[in-house]
Design a protein around this ligand. Structure first.
Ligand code: AMP
Length: 395
């Protein structure tokens, strides 16, 4: 796996695909610069070598050239985070970009305009990729968030740098962390899968059964499994058409010697609302009109025991409706168990959308071994798929 350390960037122009798709407020101010901060180590290394940096990214989903999606809005923030002036090219290809790239001196940074102002980007157009490629000497992919897309700047472009392409620090770390869970994991390995639906996690569950010793299933998925086994789930969320699949998963887990842990009790509510009445009930005996919205205390005790005995932990998906304070306790407790296990030496990886949001919201981010930056890309890797953006560098 080629990384930045395999290159000396002295006098070289590094063309880096970053993921600067950051949230903006109504005044076009960056509200969360995490993604810019995440690219800093890569940029710093190249500049320290005596190279220059050309940054390319998308922002939002523009239809053609739309002012509100211009990357010029993030220029000030990017300079602030990187601690250096950042130049801007008002186009990502053509004479404007070429001129700006040509004039770039060692130690300087250039940000190109939104790649998605051209439909060719998402279409994976070869000519467009070639034009982008002409701007730099070395191609660096540091955008995990788009690594599962075969876009011009994430995948197609790599062919124009047969020897001069590598992963940035961030992307290398994502791959390494996932390998620590899926390939070279220290046992026992536990995966916690929560969230709302079985259907969106089914491929992950199937792939993960070959890699783990324990699988904790929580969140809304719980009830499809419980109903399939004959439990009464009241008005809890359930996918009736996935009940057979749930039973199949349980059978497969048994055959593979994977211990499955499903909540035994839940916090049930008489409405999907933070102000609803609540009661702790056996997961198999939820009354009509009531729905399970969080894991109960007995379940959490059991999960804690499993987590604290684990050496490798993967967490994807909340244990309850954590957006509502009264149903966030299970998710917070789980995060704290994983933090404790991590402190004792376990490797923990949190990835995929809502669990990352939960970990950040509850201040647990720094207590995990690694928190992934890519939702969809992470899920596809957990599903066992190879990602085009990664393959293009390895090829
Ligand atoms: P996902 O995007 O599939 O990871 O699902 C995350 C969503 O699942 C969050 O918005 C949670 O509020 C929701 N969720 C978790 N537990 C439950 C539950 N018991 N009932 C309904 N929704 C849930």
């Amino acid at each position: 796996m080629k990384t930045l350390n395999d290159f000396n960037f002295n006098t070289k122009k590094a063309l880096i695909r970053v993921d600067f798709n950051v949230p903006l407020d109504e005044n076009f101010k960056v509200t969360d610069a995490t993604r810019i901060e995440a690219a800093k180590p890569t940029i710093d290394k190249i500049l320290a070598d005596g190279g220059s940096v050309i940054l390319m990214s998308h922002l939002g989903r523009p239809k053609g050239k739309e002012e509100k999606y211009s990357l010029k809005h993030i220029l000030t923030k990017t300079s602030e985070v990187l601690g250096k002036e950042v130049k801007f090219a008002e186009d990502c290809i053509g004479s404007v970009a070429e001129e700006a790239a040509k004039n770039l001196q060692p130690g300087e940074i250039l940000l190109l305009e939104n790649l998605r102002f051209y439909a060719e980007e998402e279409a994976g157009d070869v000519d467009f990729a070639k034009k982008l490629a002409s701007l730099g000497d070395v191609y660096v992919n540091d955008a995990f968030g788009t690594a599962h897309r075969a876009h011009a700047s994430t995948t197609i472009i790599a062919q124009f740098f047969p020897n001069d392409k590598c992963f940035g620090t961030l992307l290398a770390k994502e791959i390494e962390s996932l390998n620590k869970v899926l390939k070279d994991s220290e046992k026992p390995v536990t995966a916690v899968l929560g969230g709302s639906k079985v259907s969106s996690k089914i491929t992950v569950i199937e792939n993960i059964l070959d890699k783990v010793d324990h699988l904790i299933i929580g969140g809304g998925m719980t009830f499809t499994f419980i109903k399939a086994q004959g439990g009464k789930i009241g008005n809890s969320i359930c996918e009736d058409d996935k009940m057979d699949l749930a039973l199949e998963i349980l059978e497969k887990a048994k055959a593979k010697n994977v211990q499955i842990h499903i909540p035994v009790d839940v916090i049930a509510a008489n409405a999907f609302s933070n102000d609803a009445e609540t009661q702790i009930v056996n997961v198999n005996e939820i009354h009509d009109g009531w729905q399970g919205l969080d894991a109960g205390p007995e379940s959490l005790e059991r999960f804690k025991k499993v987590i604290l005995e684990s050496k490798t932990i993967l967490w994807n998906g909340p244990l309850g409706v954590f957006e509502m304070e009264n149903f966030a306790k299970g998710t917070i407790a789980l995060g704290e168990f994983i933090a404790e296990a991590t402190e004792k030496g376990a490797f923990s990886l949190v990835g995929g959308g809502d669990s990352v949001a939960a970990v950040k919201q509850f201040g647990l981010e720094d207590k995990m071994s690694y928190v992934s930056t890519g939702g969809g890309a992470m899920l596809e890797m957990l599903e066992g798929k190879s990602l085009p953006g990664i393959d293009a560098i390895l090829r």
